[in-house]
Ligand binder design. Structure first.
Ligand code: NAD
Length: 485
């Protein structure tokens, strides 16, 4: 085992879970046993919640300008440790070093945004009646929980940690049990940056721990990022326990190409969107809808996709089960009459025979009723649907239940405007394959890609992580000058 057994991080101390079940942490790169992770039970959570609540009493009263000083120092630590953090993410998640490094760079950007929060959360003040002043204050919620998926072991936790903590909350992070190692590095750096004990805690576990989080009376808000199936469960269960909840789910992103699109740029963008992070991104291109004759662009997309070599610039998928699921989708589509133009099945990377690799795959002549057209595959697979009008493309995209991202490739401003106005997704791209809105803009999809109000990052997250207090004050002695005083 390459790393020591993973422990929970509660009140500034690494502690073993009270229960015994341990799960192997396997590197998808080559099948190496990296560590073992505890599947904690509600008693571990109780302890973390008690300590987080105690820490909240002091942390929430610390002025925000002081709180963000921790994140100025933390940002420097992320920068200093970027190489070792990237290597760890590569090992536990399987993405390439460059992709892991980009994830840390994004974590830095998210931390920078949190440092700017004092400038963004000044309240309003107005004399609302003679001698009567009304002002607002944004107050932290209390103890919040953040439940995260496997595909971004650093970036997704950073969607929540810096903003929630800078705004005065204390937190319990529940990492994905499949990639629990990066979270411990985050805890170590937060501690080194001067975060007081108990403000940030980690409890490792799986489904039963998530259920305990949703039910725990000491937790005030829950954020979740993961599949739609679980997002729905978490949203319903935590809301029914009167918690504030935002649950981000899965995706099926459509890229639409028009014949006037810039061929080389379009092909490079589409291929990178589909194959980057081995397609395990909620922003990945999954369906390419060509409108009219785009044959030459499709040929170029295939040759660009071929440049992604498993084990070199194309990382592994997360597990053997994921590889099998992805390959089954490809086989089923082929059986249903689609044409597999680029086939990533049965890939073995020399020297990494026990790793889980799927090569770039392009399936052409897909029809809208095939599962590869509407189900999330979460692998480096692009399904091509050919239509004759933008409205046909619109009806395919708008009839899929997800609504994370959609993009159009064209040189026509009016077509791009029509697309942005009519496509039913939370994040729209024009000539951009991965239309992630960067800070201060917020990240979040629509429909079955998100349950709850607002977004998890950027300006919109401020409302999620705080509650508004309205204070009405009168200091002049005059009585009954109007109905209010
Ligand atoms: P997942 O839903 O399986 O797991 C997410 C978290 O939920 C993990 O911490 C896991 O331990 C827990 N969990 C798993 N099954 C559970 C259950 N039955 N009950 C309660 N908790 C459970 O997701 P994943 O496989 O880790 O991540 C991939 C998914 O996440 C994809 O669907 C992807 O689109 C989605 N995702 C979405 C976004 C977004 O912004 N919308 C971002 C990243 C990933």
């Amino acid at each position: 085992m390459k790393y020591p057994e993973v422990r929970n991080y509660i009140n500034g101390t690494y502690v073993p879970a009270k229960t015994t079940p341990l799960m192997d942490v396997i590197s998808p790169v080559d099948g190496t046993l990296l560590s073992k992770v505890p599947l904690s039970d509600p008693k571990d959570l109780d302890e973390a919640v008690t300590d987080a609540r105690q820490a909240f009493a002091t942390w929430s009263k610390t002025p925000i300008k002081e709180r963000v000083q921790v994140f100025y120092r933390y940002k420097v630590l992320l920068e200093k440790n970027i190489d070792s953090l990237s290597r760890l993410i590569q090992e536990e998640n399987g993405k390439t070093y460059d992709e892991a490094k980009a994830e840390i760079e994004k974590s830095i950007e998210l931390t920078e945004f949190a440092c700017s929060l004092p400038q963004m959360v000044c309240g309003d003040i107005l004399e609302v009646s003679k001698g009567v002043e009304c002002r607002t204050e944004l107050c932290p919620l209390g103890v919040v929980a953040s439940i995260v998926p496997f595909n971004f072991p650093s970036m997704v936790p950073h969607w929540t940690i810096p903003n929630a903590l800078a705004l005065g909350n204390t937190m319990i992070l529940k990492p994905s049990e499949v990639v629990p190692l990066s979270a411990l590095r985050i805890a170590g750096m937060l501690e080194e940056a001067g975060l007081p004990a108990g403000v940030f805690n980690i409890v490792h576990g799986d489904r039963s721990l998530v259920e305990a989080i949703c039910d725990h009376p000491g937790i005030d808000a829950v954020s979740f990022v993961g599949s739609t199936k679980v997002a729905k469960i978490v949203y319903a269960r935590a809301s029914s326990n009167h918690k504030r909840v935002l649950a981000l789910g899965g995706a099926k992103n459509h890229l639409v190409v028009l014949p006037d699109a810039h061929p080389a740029m379009t092909a490079a963008n589409v291929a990178a969107s589909m194959a980057g992070c081995a397609g395990q991104r909620c922003m990945a291109a999954s369906v390419l809808i060509t409108v009219g004759d785009c044959d030459s662009i499709v040929d170029l997309v295939c040759s660009e996709a071929q440049k992604f070599i498993p084990g070199l610039n194309l990382g592994s998928v997360i597990s053997g089960a994921a590889k099998e699921r992805i390959e089954t989708y490809i086989a089923e589509a082929e059986k249903q009459g689609a044409i597999v133009r680029l086939d990533g099945r049965n890939v073995i990377v020399p020297g990494k025979e026990n790793g889980f690799y799927v090569g770039p795959t392009i399936i052409d002549q897909v029809s809208a009723d095939m599962p590869v057209a509407f189900e999330e595959i979460f692998g480096p697979v692009l399904s091509i649907i050919r239509v004759n009008s933008i409205d046909e493309a619109l009806s395919i995209e708008n009839s899929n239940p997800y609504g994370n991202a959609a993009a159009i490739f064209t040189q026509s401003g009016s077509m791009a405007k029509y697309f942005a106005d009519h496509f039913n997704s939370g994040m729209i791209g024009v000539n951009i394959g991965v239309p992630v809105p960067r800070e201060p803009f917020s990240f979040g999809g629509w429909n079955d890609s998100k349950f709850g109000v607002g977004d998890l990052t950027g300006k919109s997250s401020i409302d999620f992580w705080t509650k508004l207090k309205k204070i009405t004050t009168k200091w002049n002695p005059e009585a009954r000058t109007n109905w209010m005083s």
